[in-house]
Write a protein that binds this ligand. Structure first.
Ligand code: GDP
Ligand code: MG
Length: 440
């Protein structure tokens, strides 16, 4: 994938004490190919390569102490810029309800995303949304939204499929005012392709409801097509944001990089699965870090903070960064990790995680956690802080003491080593970004 290719290229330049123009040129040739292969729009690639090259061969980079790192930093900054720079906000109308119109082609994920977004608005922002079933064409579309509404216990406004979407939207907004809903999310119809009839109808709904946001939902798997779809919807309707769905799938990732610069419309959210909580705000910088294999430390920390107190999370972050993580820490974290969700999920967000072969073996369930705890508790203090001294004899003793087998002890030690290796790759990580304001 894109990440792999870019990371290989970066690896070559990372440690260089001196970077020549030829080095930069070679690296940019690789970057260019990697981006094109990931289905990034060729104009976007051209501009990107030009910009990075110009900056990278500048005097301040060439003369700096760590030119390799500087070049990577520039690539990261420009990738971030390409995806919009800052995280963007969701509108808040000063005359509620705030109206969000969801548009897009059939199968892109509109209905699902409507449910996800409503769920997020309530859970994260404490809002009180209402859903509107305005897709009267797709069989069972209304039912689908109603089912989603039930799952998240959210009201769904519908008038069946014999009333026009414009009329549905009109009555829905009146109803939302009456019931004091602060957000109205309108799920509209899609077609298999962009066509006149669809656009005319969407324009009618837009003219009547005067929405605060028009979110285009696009399937990230469709690559360049997603960009073309975004362009035509934007021309016709004037989008305020894009939701990129199915990023959990095997996408080449090009859409995320092209959409913003081609349409000038920010990506606001990403969909990462079929479940109703599989949605995240889009952070350009984090995405750039992910692409470059710098991992997503910020997401990791955010996740940790949601479950663990802040002090502990900071400590965890520092230990990870400095890779001064012992088996004792591991044991202490296990208890907390249990409440943070699957360990392998968390680890995957760490820098260089995609390079670690044994990562899949790191899947640890609750029962295993108890076993791991028993094994670590059977170690001496010395063994816990210097696992490398644990020889065959010690392994046998530990296995006996914990009631586990020697292969289990071996596996744990190996996993711990992998984890530490991964953590080492986190050195040189960026500091937390500082962002403020609005519904984020
Ligand atoms: P619509 O026609 O645009 O309303 O699309 P739907 O909301 O009905 O979604 C179409 C299919 O895509 C459904 O099977 C969804 O479960 C699935 N889907 C939507 N978003 C995501 C996502 O982020 N990841 C994955 N894997 N599937 C998704
Ligand atoms: Mg739908």
């Amino acid at each position: 994938g894109l990440a792999d290719r870019l990371q290989n290229t970066i690896q070559k330049i990372r440690g260089k004490g001196k970077v020549s123009e030829a080095d930069v040129k070679e690296m940019m040739r690789e970057v260019r190919l990697a981006l094109l292969e990931a289905d990034v729009n060729f104009k976007v690639v051209k501009q990107f390569v030009k910009k990075v090259s110009e900056r990278a061969v500048g005097q301040d980079v060439m003369k700096s102490l760590t030119p390799g790192q500087q070049v990577i930093k520039i690539v990261k900054e420009e990738l971030t810029e390409l995806m919009g720079g800052e995280q963007s906000k969701i509108a808040v109308s000063n005359r509620p309800p705030t109206v969000i119109m969801m548009v897009g082609l059939q199968g892109a994920g509109k209905t699902t995303t409507t449910g996800k977004l409503a769920n997020l608005l309530r859970k994260k922002y404490n809002r009180n949304p209402m859903l509107v079933a305005a897709d009267i064409y797709r069989p069972a579309a209304i039912k689908q939204l109603e089912t989603l509404g039930k799952q998240i216990n959210m009201p769904v406004f519908s008038l069946g499929d014999q009333v026009s979407p414009v009329e549905i939207a009109k009555q829905a907004i009146a109803k939302a005012k009456e019931d004091h809903h602060d957000y109205v999310l309108i799920d509209t119809a899609g077609r298999l392709h962009v066509d006149e009839t669809l656009m005319t109808e969407l324009k009618d709904v837009k003219d009547l409801t005067n929405p605060d946001e028009i979110f285009l939902v696009v399937d990230a798997m469709t690559g360049q097509d997603a960009v073309n779809v975004a362009s035509s919807f934007n021309e016709q309707l004037g989008l305020t944001g894009v939701v990129l769905t199915k990023l959990d799938g095997d996408t080449r990732g090009g859409a995320a990089l092209s959409i913003r610069s081609v349409t000038e419309t920010p990506i606001k959210f990403i969909g990462l699965g079929e479940k109703l909580d599989a949605i995240e705000a889009f952070h350009p910088e984090r995405m750039a870090q992910r692409i470059l294999g710098m991992g997503d430390v910020l997401s990791l920390i955010e996740k940790a903070q949601a479950n663990v107190d802040e002090e502990k999370a900071k400590e965890l972050e520092k230990k990870m960064r400095t890779a001064s993580f012992t088996l004792d820490d591991f044991l202490e974290q296990l208890g907390q990790v249990k409440t943070m969700g699957p360990l392998d999920e968390l680890l995957k967000m760490m820098p260089g995680a995609n390079k670690v072969k044994g990562l899949n073996n790191l899947k640890i369930d609750d029962k295993q956690i108890a076993h791991v705890e028993a094994i670590i508790q059977s170690m001496t203090q010395e063994e816990k802080s210097q696992p490398e001294i644990i020889n065959a004899g010690r392994r046998k003793r530990i296995a006996k003491g914990s009631g586990r087998t020697v292969p289990e002890v071996n596996r744990l030690l190996k996993q711990f080593e992998e984890m530490k290796k991964m953590m080492k790759q986190m050195s040189g990580m960026q500091q937390k970004g500082k962002k403020k304001g609005g519904l984020k």
